[in-house]
Design a protein around this ligand. Structure first.
Ligand code: SF4
Length: 683
């Protein structure tokens, strides 16, 4: 029997599953399973991570530093030594700073690993070198703003309580694909209590397929649906007025405002039937233990923050927070109180240095003055943990920017991604079982340690090692650059009041879920006035707040369909990929087959498109070629493309995000992946 060691899933998924990893020998892992002893993971992980050995031991992993030898984007590289690669990178950064000032260098990173040390260490180098800062908007900026607007902090009822609910509404997330543990707890409630599962989503996702009811609304209209439900609660005497008097800011104003937000009004916006909305509202009102699991999906829209806020108001109007198995949950990310000064070099962060929006990387690299904050052009980049040439909005502009001959790019990666192909220097990176890190979950309440389990693939180095090696060459001074990853973890745990590395490794995780009263906001919401805010001060949540609704509403700023662009498109996550991770593993590719667009049969018939036909989807930003799939699990006039397939998997090398706008969501920026009007035709 192979030895089994604890770890944590490093991927960009709220579940941060507690793992058990078989170690076959000092270089190889075997099976990966969910830790049965962890009460959230409960022994269940998603299929793609269970076959992780195929990723760690993939023959295409990068294993030697590379230097571009042909023209940009030629894909021609030559192998070089680590020393030469790091020297050239450091020299290029120093040259760029000397020529245009330190802000000309822009490190870009995101969530390829969610480990705090290997992900965020790049920030330490950035701050010490006074390089341009990053406004991290590609994922949770919109949903955070909407949640903080009402509730005040990223915490809430224990998600394990879903197992004790009688009605679970999964709204804007697809946990059957990723975040599978949500389904485990829902399955318990269905088995033991006969609980009902309702899914609110613009298409019949894997989760909607197994639900008791699918509320299939038009994309970007969640705020309207939430308002109509609240209208019914007030109208029919189901609003908990006593609870709102003690726990909310403006219930009377809200009631008056919602008087016109009837189910008929919402039907016209959402495309749902008024009777269906009435039925949903009644079911929610009459089920005491009603739990809403709120996801990111509804936020990836120009009105995303307003949608999230409107949905978060439901449990307050109905008084559902009071009950075990009731309330609404989004994230627990504010629970952990980890001191990240050493990891991120926060003691060296100068907020007068410009900050660039990662979702607008195309505009930034193409020299848009506004996107550049009127500062110097970006002429040198270090990229870790992200694949911006594929995942960013306005992909064509991003590709154009990365092809600039005066831009130096170093990409530290596990595989030759589309971004790495456009780099000047490519460095091979380790995977999570090959280095030490610390992981906090957002979808539950556990802080976990993931210790190194096997030796790194020869030729690869961890993010931390690369950052420290560059720091040495650049003369950057900070205690974190002289420490190992393990020492950084040890120090961070100590100053944050946690047990040390060895003790943590022995206990595997610490559960931070607060007691019932705190989790359910029984005494107070985490707002300055201790109340839930129906009437948020959006100006405190971001600079672009003008015109945002004073009270929950349908915020009509979406890229709505028109005569030229009659379809609304959602760029949804594919089940077997996670962003672009796993697009290289044979198992995931086999399951996803090829890029395809889900189109309603009525639209297919109208456009003369048959299942499997080659089609073109386009708008003013570009055209994307893929195959049609006739699918009746969405409304006519809506298209869903499950991805993120690499650009190179699309005919012509143009990926789906070419059609997505880089216009920032309100009030604090944020990518609007599900808010795109398009036309469709047969190729
Ligand atoms: S469900 Fe999410 S956290 Fe769990 S193993 Fe899969 S990707 Fe990782």
């Amino acid at each position: 029997m192979p030895a089994v060691f604890p770890s944590a899933c490093p991927h960009d998924c709220p579940s941060t599953c507690a793992l058990e990893v078989e170690r076959l020998d000092e270089f190889h892992i075997g099976k990966v399973r969910g830790a049965a002893a962890n009460s959230y993971t409960a022994g269940v992980i998603c299929e793609k991570v269970s076959r992780y050995a195929e990723r760690v031991h993939h023959p295409d992993r990068l294993r030697q530093p590379l230097r571009r030898k042909g023209a940009k984007a030629s894909g021609e590289f030559e192998a070089i030594s680590w020393d030469a690669a790091l020297d050239e990178t450091a020299e290029a950064f120093a040259r760029a700073a000397q020529r245009d000032g330190s802000e000309a260098v822009w490190p870009l990173y995101y969530a390829g690993t969610m480990g705090l040390v290997q992900r965020d260490g790049i920030e330490r180098l950035r701050h010490v070198m006074r390089w341009s800062r990053q406004h991290s908007t590609i994922c949770n900026t919109l949903v955070d703003a909407g949640w903080r607007a009402g509730v005040g902090a990223k915490m809430g009822p224990d998600p394990r309580e879903m197992g004790e609910s009688d009605l679970i509404i999964v709204w804007g997330t697809n946990p059957a694909a990723t975040q599978v543990n949500v389904m485990t707890h829902i399955a318990r409630a269905r088995r033991e209590r006969g609980a009902k599962l309702i899914v609110v989503d613009p298409y019949r996702s894997a989760t909607a397929k197994v639900a008791d009811e699918h509320i299939c609304l038009r994309p970007g209209t969640d705020g309207a649906l939430a308002c109509a439900i609240m209208h019914v609660l007030f109208r029919d005497g189901h609003a908990d007025r006593e609870y709102m008097r003690s726990h909310a800011d403006a219930p009377q104003e809200l009631e008056a405002h919602l008087a016109t937000r009837t189910p008929q009004w919402a039907a016209g916006i959402t495309g749902l039937g008024a009777a269906q909305i009435e039925h949903l509202a009644k079911r929610y009102a009459l089920t005491e233990r009603a739990f809403i699991r709120l996801g990111f999906g509804m936020s990836r829209s120009r009105n995303g923050a307003a949608n999230v806020h409107a949905v978060s108001c439901l449990a307050t109007v109905a008084g559902k927070w009071k009950t075990r198995g009731g309330g609404t949950f989004y994230s627990n990310a504010d629970l952990y109180k980890i001191d990240r000064t050493l990891i991120k070099g926060l003691d060296r962060c100068d907020t007068s240095i410009r900050i660039l929006d990662q979702s607008r990387v195309g505009a930034i690299l193409c020299g848009d003055k506004h996107a550049l904050g009127d500062g110097p052009p970006v002429t040198a980049m270090l990229i870790q943990n992200t694949n911006p040439v594929v995942v960013s909005p306005e992909v064509l502009k991003v590709q154009q920017g990365f092809r600039r001959s005066d831009l130096f790019v170093c990409v530290h990666e596990q595989f030759m991604t589309d971004t790495a192909r456009l780099a000047d220097i490519v460095l091979p990176a380790t995977m999570f079982v090959e280095h030490d890190d610390l992981y906090q979950a957002s979808g539950h309440s556990h802080l976990q340690l993931g210790a190194k389990l096997i030796e790194p693939l020869p030729g690869t180095r961890s993010n931390h090692e690369v950052i420290c090696a560059l720091a040495r060459r650049l003369g950057a001074e900070h205690p974190g650059f002289a420490m190992s990853a393990r020492e950084v973890i040890e120090h961070t745990l100590k100053v944050s009041g946690y047990p040390g590395f060895d003790e943590f490794n022995r206990i595997h995780w610490i559960d931070h879920q607060p007691d019932f009263d705190t989790s359910h906001f029984i005494r107070a919401f985490p707002q300055a006035d201790h109340r839930f805010h129906f009437k948020p001060d959006w100006s405190k949540l971001g600079p672009d707040y003008a015109g945002m609704p004073a009270l929950p509403d349908h915020h009509a700023v979406i890229d709505d369909a028109d005569a030229e662009h009659p379809f609304r498109m959602v760029a949804a996550p594919a089940r077997s990929f996670l962003n672009t991770t796993f697009t290289e593993t044979p198992g995931s590719r086999q399951r996803e087959q090829r890029p395809g667009a889900l189109i309603h049969p009525a639209d297919c018939a109208r456009l003369g498109i048959a299942a499997g036909d080659r089609i073109v989807i386009g708008n003013r930003r570009g055209e994307v070629r893929l195959h049609a799939k006739s699918f009746d699990g969405l409304q006519p006039g809506v298209i869903v493309v499950e991805s993120v397939w690499p650009n190179s998997d699309f005919e012509g090398g143009v990926g789906i995000n070419a059609l997505v706008s880089a216009e920032p969501g309100r009030p604090n920026g944020g990518a609007v992946f599900h808010d795109t009007a398009v036309w469709v035709r047969k190729a």
